[in-house]
Design a protein around this ligand. Structure first.
Ligand code: FES
Length: 287
């Protein structure tokens, strides 16, 4: 079943890839002209993707519509439908903010997801419009909301796939060891001033930035989608990811600008007695 559904979703790439590239061009252009709005919709302030929080509201409201329609609670069903529609628009805005920085297969599947959701939104709109005026016969609005729910469920399935199967908007360091053990660091003896420099600490790749006597070290893999921070640039005390422009504070790894919603792992660096380097992940518990 799972393989069949995956093949079915991937088969949609014929239309979803060109459509996704076209829509992405517009959405990317739009949101990158209003970065504070994009950051808010990404959930940078929340430390969690806002889209994932908002999507629960319309799904709950539209489930309630079915129950209330069955119970013939007309007014309550119509109110739940209106609430669901408003929440769906809010979730869509947050989703498009994430979509603005989504690439590759994730973008194709996110296009299938958003298309299904837009179809559901339109049918729910028809259902709501046909409920206005309190018609005696509610066959059309009820059937419409049931059909819309099928599109909603299919869209939610594909959306879950974008996150759980492809890891879109998942912290790239979710499974990274938090061990505070010192590890030998392979770094140039003379680090250039203010230039992001890649260095290996065991299996981990770090980016080092020397500023005077201080050496800042963060994990090189951007928490958002894995971009190499060592290819980024230094801006206002932050390192900016070259892929989508997330910024992390050099000293703390704290997120300063999205689309990432996660902080970047920070490392401590020290000289060894032999004149080499070693590093360990910074954790509050070790201090
Ligand atoms: S990979 Fe997207 S901002 Fe770094």
């Amino acid at each position: 079943m799972a393989r069949f559904l995956t093949r079915l979703i991937d088969a949609q790439a014929v239309w979803a890839r060109p459509l996704g590239d076209f829509v992405h061009g517009i959405v990317h252009w739009l949101f990158h002209r209003m970065k504070p709005v994009r950051d808010f919709l990404n959930g940078t302030w929340l430390g969690h993707p806002l889209h994932a929080v908002l999507t629960d509201v319309p799904i709950g409201a539209f489930t309630l519509v079915i129950i209330l329609d069955i119970a013939d609670q007309r007014q309550a069903a119509d109110i739940a439908l209106g609430v669901g529609l408003l929440a769906m628009v809010a979730a869509a805005l947050a989703g498009f903010a994430d979509y603005a920085d989504t690439d590759g297969t994730a973008r194709v599947r996110a296009t299938v997801h958003s298309t299904l959701m837009v179809v559901a939104l339109v049918i729910y709109g028809i259902s709501l419009a046909s409920r206005l005026g309190a018609p005696a016969d509610r066959t059309v609005p009820i059937v419409a909301s049931l059909v819309a729910y099928l599109f909603l469920a299919a869209g939610a399935f594909v959306g879950g796939d974008v996150v759980y199967a492809l890891g879109n908007m998942v912290d790239r360091h979710a499974w990274r060891s938090r061990s505070a053990k010192w590890t030998a660091l392979e770094a140039p003896a003379d680090l250039p001033e203010g230039v992001p420099t890649k260095a290996k600490a065991g299996a981990q790749t770090l980016v080092l930035i020397r500023r005077g006597e201080t050496i800042h070290a963060l994990h090189d893999t951007c928490a958002h989608a894995g971009g190499p921070l060592s290819d980024g640039r230094i801006v206002d005390g932050c390192i900016e990811c070259p892929w989508h422009g997330s910024r992390y504070d050099l000293a703390t790894g704290h997120l300063r600008r999205g689309p990432s919603v996660y902080d970047q792992p920070r490392y401590e660096v020290r000289r060894t007695a032999e004149g080499g380097w070693e590093a360990r992940r910074w954790t509050a518990a070790a201090h």
